[in-house]
Ligand binder design. Structure first.
Ligand code: DLL
Length: 434
């Protein structure tokens, strides 16, 4: 049976949602125009004034914002209110260029935590749950966001942060954690460590996991669900728009409901910027309808996905987004072929391998090379070289079928690929270093 945190809005009629969006957008555009000179300038360049924005149908008239704008306006250029009204910053884990720094008023934090609370309740959370949050705390939004949501639901919250897996397991077992929040790669690692310590899925009290912040496949979901004995829910978000909780999965597990009363979503053609109809695959663009500290309008996420308004059995009416299918900017182009790391992950899990892998792309003699390192589990491990070679060949065939290009597969000994406590590093593209 479906449970909601804020049923009146999560299950509101389409007309009601559109009414709220119209009202909020008109107000937000006026506010940004009057208070954010950087964006006013972009609007002037496009010849748009707040008077041109009368409803959500006019949103396409507004200019886009990109990560490049965020870098240019760093740190205070996109602030939507006086600094004295802001109470917190959060930041991305970006390793190239300047980090994204987002600002929050107390109201922004309150609404953000409501969004995370909606996700926790959708995963079955109540005030009887013990919610173990092992996303990173600090500048990263994962820990603070889910922590706040967990408090709102009234769960007993374990603010573990990431890492120290032995301690995670000790608390999980001793305190009887029922909900686990972390990246899917860390969930897989916790599951593996539990098994190594001799625990079976039924030995833990977990019932649900809320996993996001990085791409993961359906195969990985099934793997984690079986190993931990839970139902695994996806959660999506980005620092620029608050953090986790922009969208979340319900029990149907067929896409993530976007909190449409706070974020208006569009899908555009990443090449031309043209808005695409529902059901098209393209780049996700978000407008924050009521953020005060960092009110981004038409922010290009670079995440490629599809929106769907198909009726959901959970009763929520908010539009659903598919799992991001890759990014328009980090999609790999190998020998002219577009390759998403998730395609390789799908092959590995379908063929019975673990989700511990690394993709290395390089360029040798002007030709791209693609190497996939896949870790064997102790049962798969064999000393017989010819057997391993046979398995490598079979996997190379499966990858070629999926991608249309060849890859060199290297099966490695158990525990040789570095584990991640946060977002996993799946791809090493050495070509970028040149
Ligand atoms: O990763 C916020 C977050 C924390 C989401 C905890 C979910 C759970 P950033 O570090 O700014 O914020 O990274 C945002 O991560 O544009 C996507 O490319 C990717 N991402 C986030 N959630 C998912 C997901 C946080 N569920 C970027 N599936 C986004 C796939 C995701 N990719």
């Amino acid at each position: 049976m479906a449970n909601y945190y804020q049923p009146e809005i999560e299950c509101a009629s389409r007309e009601e949602i559109v009414r709220i969006q119209n009202e909020k957008l008109v107000k937000q555009v006026r506010h940004v125009y009057d208070n954010v000179p950087y964006y006013r300038h972009l609007m002037e360049e496009k010849g748009v004034t707040p008077d041109d924005i009368r409803s959500i149908d006019d949103i396409h008239k507004l200019p886009f914002l990109t990560k490049a704008d965020l870098r240019e306006a760093y740190p205070y250029g996109l602030l939507g209110t006086d600094l004295k009204n802001c109470v917190r910053i959060q930041s991305t884990s970006g390793t190239t260029g300047k980090r994204v720094v987002a600002f929050y008023t107390q109201k922004d934090i309150d609404l953000w935590e409501d969004c995370c609370a909606r996700a926790i309740v959708a995963a079955g959370g109540t005030n009887e749950d013990v919610c173990q949050v092992c996303y990173g705390y600090g500048l990263f939004t994962g820990g603070p966001g889910l922590n706040g949501g967990s408090h709102k639901v009234g769960c007993l919250t374990l603010p573990m942060s990431s890492g120290n897996t032995d301690r995670q397991i000790q608390f999980m077992m001793d305190l009887g954690s029922t909900i686990l929040c972390c990246t899917p790669s860390y969930a897989a690692f916790i599951a593996e460590t539990l098994a190594e310590k001799g625990y079976k899925p039924e030995d833990n009290k977990l019932k649900a996991g809320i996993f996001g912040a990085e791409p993961w496949t359906e195969e990985m979901r099934r793997d984690i669900e079986a190993k931990l004995g839970i139902k695994a829910y996806d959660i999506y978000g980005l620092t620029e728009t608050t953090g986790p909780g922009v969208s979340f999965e319900c029990e149907e597990q067929t896409g993530m409901h976007i909190n449409e009363d706070h974020f208006y979503a569009e899908i555009i053609d990443p090449e031309t910027g043209e808005v695409l109809p529902e059901g098209s695959k393209g780049e996700l663009v978000f407008t924050s309808l009521d953020k005060e500290g960092f009110p981004l309008l038409r922010y290009r996420t670079r995440d490629i996905c599809v929106l769907s308004r198909k009726k959901c059995s959970c009763g929520r009416t908010h539009v659903k987004m598919s799992k991001p299918m890759g990014r328009s900017d980090d999609m790999l182009i190998i020998r002219g072929v577009n390759v998403f790391p998730s395609q390789i992950e799908t092959v590995l899990l379908n063929e019975g391998y673990s989700p511990n892998y690394q993709i290395v792309v390089d360029r040798v003699n002007n030709t791209d090379t693609l190497d996939v390192y896949v870790e064997l589990t102790p049962d798969q491990f064999s000393d017989i070289i010819s057997e391993n070679q046979k398995k490598e060949k079979a996997l190379e065939g499966a990858i070629r079928t999926m991608l249309g290009i060849g890859a060199k597969v290297h099966l490695t000994d158990p525990k040789t690929i570095a584990r991640s406590e946060g977002k996993a590093v799946r791809v090493i593209d050495k070509r970028k270093l040149v």
